[in-house]
Write a protein that binds this ligand. Sequence first.
Ligand SMILES: N[C@@H](CCC(=O)N[C@@H](CS)C(=O)NCC(=O)O)C(=O)O
Length: 220
Amino acid sequence: MKLYTADLSPFAGRCRMLIYFKGIEKDVAFAAPTAALGSAEWKKINPTGKLPALITNGRLLIESEVILEYLEDRFPDPPMRPENLEDRALARLLNRICDLYIFEPMFPLFGQMSPRQRDMAIVEPNLAKVMNGVGHLEAFWPEETGPFVFGPACSLADCGVVPTLFFVDRILPAFGVEDPLARHPQVYSYWLAMNKDPLASRVISELQRGLDERRAKAAG
Ligand SMILES: N[C@@H](CCC(=O)N[C@@H](CS)C(=O)NCC(=O)O)C(=O)O
């Protein structure tokens, strides 16, 4: 099985997190994309031009949630879907909040990182939406939990939420929002705990390495 991945991709980071927590690194070869994302060359491998992409049994699977679900079905031990059906639905909901209410509005912000060429008509509404999205995570956060979303074991929700919080934590300060997660107590204490967890923090360090490389390139 081959996973096309990159340090800075939060969506590939979801898949790596599941792979680390399941202990299945020996079953999955990591590969860098063979060409620039979005390029005609890369679209020969993944027609959407995106990451991640999983090649398994001669088939291409894309979309991080689909890859997570596939890996969970293929390697059910340890289980990463919560046992209780409502919690299982909640795990999916938290990941959808990350996709629809946090990443969707965060994407336009990536084009606005430079303060000198910033269009506030793009920044302000999207920044507000991202903060609202984190508020939705807080509102739906399960009670009496920790250190992971659903207690002592990592779930599919953790795989989605950790890379998302990394981006909120690292990108929003560039727009003047200091400590964006500290405004949401449950999400914040979770984030602090994940930074101390050996495997979650491995994913966080990979994302950080990707971000440092991107920033060094941008600085020339
Ligand atoms: N919904 C997709 C999002 C994938 C995505 O947007 N990946 C980014 C990298 S983090 C990408 O490939 N961007 C390049 C592009 O859109 O051309 C998923 O969950 O896998």
